[in-house]
Ligand binder design. Structure first.
Ligand code: E4P
Length: 217
C-alpha cells in the first residue's frame, strides 16, 4: 500500500519524507489556498522533494481550459500527476492526457459508476472521497470495497487512491480492502503512531532503566 500525503505544506511533506513514509503527494485548490502560496512554485518545490507522483489539480471546468492548464502543470516536473474532476470534460481530458503519457488522478469520485468511467479513460488514479461520503451518512469504505471488486475483474491499470481520509481507521480499512494508495493528512499520519499503551510502556521501561544506573553508550 502506498502512502501519499494530502497537503500543500512543504514543511509537513519534509517531516514525513524524512521518516520514509511519503510515496507521493496530493494537493487540491483548497489546500493550495490554505497554504497561502503560489501554486506553480509550491508544486515545483514539492516535486523536487518527493520522487513519487504529486497531484496538481486543474481549475478550468471546460476541456480546452483543462488541457491548457495541464500543459503548464506538466511542464513543472516529470512527477506531476494531473488531477481532473469527475465531469464529462474531466473524463475527456483524462483520456487525452493519459493517451499522451501523463499520469491523471480523477478526483471527486463518489460512486462506482464514476470510477468505471475513470478507468475506461485510462486514469492512473481514481480518488473516491470516503470522508465526505461518511459526512452525508453514506458508506465511504463500502465504495472502496465496491471499486476494488470491480477493478479486480478487469485489467484496468487505474489505482484506487483512498481520499478524504478523516481518521486512522480509514487507513486500516483501506489496507484491509487492498486499496492501492491512501492519501493521508499530516494530522492523521501523526495519530497513526499513537497508542496509550506505547506511551505507558515506554515510561515504565525508562523509569526501570534509570534505576539500573547504566548507560548503553
Ligand atoms: C485528495 O486528493 C483530496 O483532495 C482530499 O483528500 C480531500 O479531502 P477532504 O474531504 O478532507 O477535503
Amino acid at each position: 500500500m502506498k502512502f501519499f500525503i494530502d497537503t500543500a505544506e512543504v514543511a509537513e511533506i519534509a517531516e514525513f519524507n524524512d521518516l520514509g513514509l511519503v510515496d507521493g503527494v496530493t494537493t487540491n485548490p483548497s489546500l493550495i489556498a490554505k497554504s497561502g502560496r503560489d501554486m506553480v512554485d509550491t508544486i515545483r518545490e514539492i516535486c523536487a522533494m518527493v520522487r513519487g507522483p504529486v497531484s496538481a489539480e486543474v481549475t478550468a471546468i471546460d476541456f480546452a481550459g483543462m488541457m491548457a492548464e495541464a500543459e503548464k502543470l506538466r511542464a513543472i516536473a516529470e512527477n506531476v500527476a494531473i488531477k481532473v474532476p469527475l465531469t464529462e470534460a474531466g473524463i475527456k481530458a483524462c483520456k487525452a492526457l493519459s493517451d499522451d503519457g501523463a499520469d491523471v488522478n480523477v478526483t471527486l469520485c463518489f460512486s462506482a459508476a464514476q470510477a468505471i468511467l475513470a478507468a475506461k479513460a485510462g486514469a492512473a488514479f481514481i480518488s473516491p472521497f470516503v470522508g465526505r461520503l461518511d459526512d452525508i451518512g453514506q458508506d465511504g469504505m463500502g465504495l472502496i470495497a465496491e471499486i476494488c471488486d470491480i477493478y479486480d475483474q478487469y485489467d484496468f491499470s487505474t489505482e484506487v487512491l483512498v481520499a478524504s481520509v478523516r481518521h486512522p481507521m480509514h487507513v486500516v480499512e483501506a489496507a484491509k480492502l487492498g486499496a492501492d494508495v491512501v492519501t493521508v493528512p499530516a494530522k492523521i499520519l501523526k495519530q497513526m503512531f499513537k497508542h496509550p499503551l506505547t506511551d505507558k510502556g515506554l515510561d515504565a521501561f525508562l523509569a526501570d532503566w534509570k534505576k539500573t544506573g547504566q548507560s548503553i553508550l
